[in-house]
Design a protein. Structure first.
Length: 473
C-alpha cells in the first residue's frame, strides 16, 4: 500500500548562482595576459577618477604601476588614487549594479567584473589593500570564501597604508597550477609576451606619462607611426588617409591609415636571413583604441575590413600598411568593445559604419602598393627621409589639411591623399617579373658579381643582358 505524499507548496525557488561554478565560468574565456591588462585598466580608471584637471598632453604623468610575479604569487601595486570607500559596494560586487554612480570621463569599465575575474583567473587567495584620501582598508578573498555557498560577504578591515600616495596593491597567492607554471617554468616566454602586449596596447597611455614595470623592468611603448610628408606645395605627398567625426551620442572618432615605412621589395619581406629581414606583419594592420586603451592591435582579419567589400585579404605585400581608429566617450557603454575589453563587438552599428571608412582608406594604400609592385625602389624615392608621426602628431597636422565634409549616415570630415603614381612604360617596353628561392639568387649573384647580397633586380637584369647578347650573336 502506497503512502499518501504531501502535496508541495509552490511559492518560490532559490536561483542564486553557485559560487564555484560562477567563478569558474567567469574566467573561462579570458587569457591570462588579458586578465593582467584588466588590472591595468583599473589603475588608469583610478587616475581618471582622482584627477580634477588632468593635463591634455601628459594626463598620466607621475602615475606608475609595478607588476611582479613568481611561482608562488602575483603582485601589482599602483599609486593611481585608490578605491574610495564610497565605491566599495560597487567595486567588489560580481557585476555592475544599476545604482552605481557614473564613472569618470575616459574610463572603460562597463560590466564590473574585470578585477574579480583577473583575481580568480590566477588564484584563490587574494589580499587587496587600498587607500583613497582618509579611507584605508583591506579585504581578503580566501579559498574558503570561494567554496562557501552560504555567503557572498567579504571580510574587510581598516589597514595601515605605508605609502605617501593613494593607491592599491593586490597580492594573489595559492596560484592555480597552470598559472604558477607560466610564472616560473615559462617565465621568460610569458614575460616577453606580456611586455609586448603592454608596450603596444598601452603605447598611447605610456606616451602620455604612465609608467609600467614588470619585474623591475620599465616597459617601453611601441606606438603605431605613419609616414607623413608635411611639406607644403608638394604635388603628390605621401600622407595618411584621415576621417574624424562626433556622433549624436557624444562618441568622438578619429581614424587614420597609411604607410609605416616605404613599401619593401619581395626580397626584403621574404629574406631567410634575420639580419636582412627588416619588416614584420606583426606591425601591419589596424589598431583600435577605446578611451586610449587598444582593444585590437595590428589586426589583419575581416574584423577590420581585410578581405571584404573589394579590399584584398591581407598579404605580405601590404606589410607597410597600418591604421588606427580611436573611439572616445565619457560613457564607456557606448564604446564598441566586448566584455574582455580586448575585442570589438562585431555587431555594433557604430563600428560597422566606421568600418566603411576604414575600408575606404585602405583602398588608397592597397591600390598604391599594387601599382608600384616591381617598382618598389622607385617608390622609396618618394618616401626618403620622411618623418614618422604618432597619433597625436597626426591630429596636430590636421589643421593644415583640406577636409571634405561627408553627408552620409555617419557624417564627418575626410582627408584623402593624392599619392604619386608610377610612370607609364614606353609603348615598346614591357616589365619582366618572376620569383626564385633566395639561396638560388645568392648563388647566381656570387657567380656574376662575386657578391651574394646583390639585389634580385641586379641579378635579373644582368642575366637578361647575357642571354640577349648570346641571342644576338
Amino acid at each position: 500500500m502506497e503512502l499518501d505524499q504531501e502535496k508541495p507548496q509552490y511559492s518560490e525557488i532559490d536561483a542564486s548562482p553557485v559560487k564555484p561554478f560562477f567563478v569558474s565560468m567567469l574566467t573561462r574565456d579570458i587569457m591570462l595576459e588579458d586578465a593582467i591588462l584588466d588590472l591595468l585598466d583599473n589603475c588608469v580608471d583610478g587616475i581618471l577618477r582622482s584627477q580634477n584637471n588632468p593635463s591634455q598632453e601628459k594626463p598620466y604623468e607621475g602615475f606608475n604601476v609595478e607588476i611582479e610575479f613568481n611561482k608562488d604569487q602575483f603582485f601589482i601595486k599602483d599609486n593611481c588614487g585608490g578605491i574610495p570607500w564610497s565605491l566599495h559596494e560597487h567595486a567588489f560586487t560580481m557585476g555592475r549594479s544599476a545604482d552605481r554612480p557614473p564613472d569618470a570621463a575616459g574610463t572603460v569599465g562597463t560590466y564590473g567584473i574585470g578585477m574579480k575575474r583577473a583575481i580568480f583567473k590566477m588564484g584563490t587567495d587574494c589580499l587587496i589593500t587600498t587607500q583613497s584620501g582618509d579611507n584605508c582598508y583591506e579585504l581578503h578573498i580566501s579559498p574558503n570564501w570561494i567554496v562557501n555557498e552560504k555567503t557572498w560577504m567579504l571580510p574587510v578591515k581598516e589597514s595601515t597604508w605605508s605609502e605617501d600616495e593613494d593607491g592599491t596593491t593586490i597580492l594573489i597567492g595559492n596560484l592555480h597550477e597552470n598559472i604558477s607554471d607560466r610564472f616560473s617554468k615559462e617565465s621568460e616566454l610569458f614575460t616577453k609576451g606580456l611586455t609586448r602586449m603592454i608596450s603596444t596596447h598601452y603605447a598611447f597611455i605610456i606616451n602620455k606619462g604612465f609608467e609600467i614595470q614588470i619585474n623591475k623592468k620599465v616597459v617601453e611603448p611601441k606606438p603605431t607611426q605613419l609616414l607623413f610628408d608635411n611639406r607644403k606645395n608638394v604635388k603628390s605627398p605621401i600622407r595618411p588617409y584621415i576621417y574624424k567625426t562626433k556622433t549624436d551620442s557624444g562618441v568622438e572618432i578619429f581614424l587614420t591609415v597609411g604607410f609605416t615605412s616605404p613599401i619593401p621589395t619581395q626580397d626584403e619581406i621574404s629574406s631567410e636571413h634575420t639580419e636582412k629581414k627588416k619588416f614584420s606583419s606583426m606591425n601591419a594592420g589596424w589598431t583600435v583604441l577605446c578611451n586610449d586603451r587598444a582593444v585590437l592591435y595590428c589586426d589583419r582579419s575581416e574584423m577590420t575590413g581585410w578581405g571584404e567589400a573589394g579590399i584584398p585579404k591581407y598579404h605580405t605585400q601590404f606589410i607597410a600598411i597600418s591604421g588606427i581608429v580611436e573611439f572616445k566617450s565619457d560613457d564607456p557603454s557606448l564604446l564598441p568593445t566586448t566584455t574582455t575589453k580586448r575585442g570589438i563587438e562585431a555587431s555594433s552599428s557604430l563600428y560597422l559604419q566606421v568600418k566603411n571608412q576604414m575600408r575606404e582608406g585602405m583602398k588608397i594604400f592597397t591600390s598604391y602598393t599594387n601599382q608600384w609592385k616591381g617598382n618598389e625602389e622607385e617608390s622609396k624615392s618618394h618616401m626618403d627621409k620622411m618623418p614618422l608621426l604618432n597619433l597625436e602628431q597626426i591630429k596636430n597636422e590636421t589643421e593644415n589639411l583640406d577636409f571634405k565634409t561627408l553627408r552620409r549616415t555617419l557624417k564627418g570630415s575626410q582627408y584623402k591623399p593624392h599619392l604619386p603614381k608610377p610612370k607609364a612604360l614606353p609603348p615598346k617596353q614591357k616589365k619582366i617579373s618572376f620569383t626564385r628561392k633566395n639561396h638560388e639568387i645568392e648563388i647566381i649573384a656570387k657567380h656574376l658579381f662575386d657578391d651574394k647580397d646583390a639585389s634580385p633586380a641586379q641579378v635579373g637584369e644582368k642575366c637578361f643582358e647575357i642571354i640577349l647578347k648570346e641571342a644576338n650573336q
